[in-house]
Design a protein around this ligand. Sequence first.
Ligand code: SF4
Length: 297
Amino acid sequence: MAQPLFASLKRSGARVDVLAPEWVAAVLRRMPEVSEVIPGAFRHGALQLAERWRVARELKKRGYDSAIVLPNSWKSALVPFLAGIPRRAGYIGELRYGLLNALYRSSKAPMPQHYARLADDGLGELERPHLEVTPLETEETMQRFGISSPYFVLCPGAEYGPAKRWPYFRDLAARLGATVVILGSAKDAPAASGVPGLNLVGKTSLDEAVRLIAGASAVVSNDSGLMHIAAALGRPQVALFGSSSPEHTPPASPAARVLWLRLECSPCFERECPLGHFRCMKELSVDTVLGAVRSLS
Ligand code: SF4
C-alpha cells in the first residue's frame, strides 16, 4: 500500500531507500522504485534504544535529505530524529511534535492515498502497485515444491484477527476441482488446518510465496498482506472482506473481485466480532465465492 508513495517520490527524481524489518524486505526488493532496503530489527512494542541509535548513526553517514515515517508510533519517528535528517515527515500519530517537523493531519483516504499524501510533490495520478517476478523464478519455485500448472492459491489467514478470516476455505478447496496450494505464514497454520491441498503455510519464505502467487491461475484470500501481493502481481483474484473495508484497504488491481456483504455493523475494524455472530463472513457462502472464482477471466 506504500508503493504508490515510493513511485511518486521516484517520479520526482528522488532515490528511495526503505528502512524496514527483514521479513518484509523480500517484497520491497521486488519494487522497481526501491533502490535499497535497510534492515531494522525493531520488535513490535519494544523501545530498543541501542539498536535505534545504531541504525540512526548508519543513516546519518548516508546524508539523507528527507525521511517519511509511515507508522504512527512515537518510536518509529525516533530513528530519523536521532539521525538528524533535515526533513522528517509523517502523520501526527502519537503526538510526534518535534520528532517530526513536517506533520500531516490524519486522513480518512484509502491507505494507498493516505501514504501517498506524504510525498512532497502532492498526489498526482497514483500508480498501481507492481512487483517484478520472472517466469523462471516462478518455475524454479514450483519445481522446488513439486507443483505443476495450473493451480489455485488459497490464503486462509489474516494476521490482524479472526474477524478478517473467512471460515469456509476448507469447503471451497474441496469444491474447486483443481490443484490447490495453500500459502501463509506459520501464524496462519490454525486457519489453514484441514484445508485440502498442498499446505505450504509456514513452509515458504515470503519471497517463495510471492513467486508462487505470480504463477497462480487465481488467488482467493482474506483482506491480508498476500491479497495485496496478488494485486501487485496482477493475478486474477477474489478478495474476501468482513470486519474491514475494501474502501480502506482495496486490492489495487483490475483483475480483483471483491466480495463484501456491507452489513450495517461493517466495517467494525475489530479483531474479533464484538457482536458474537460474525455474520459478515459467515453469510458469505461457498457458492458465492466459487461463482466469483469461476467468473474470473
Ligand atoms: S460486528 Fe459486524 S462487521 Fe464486525 S465482525 Fe461482527 S459481523 Fe463482522
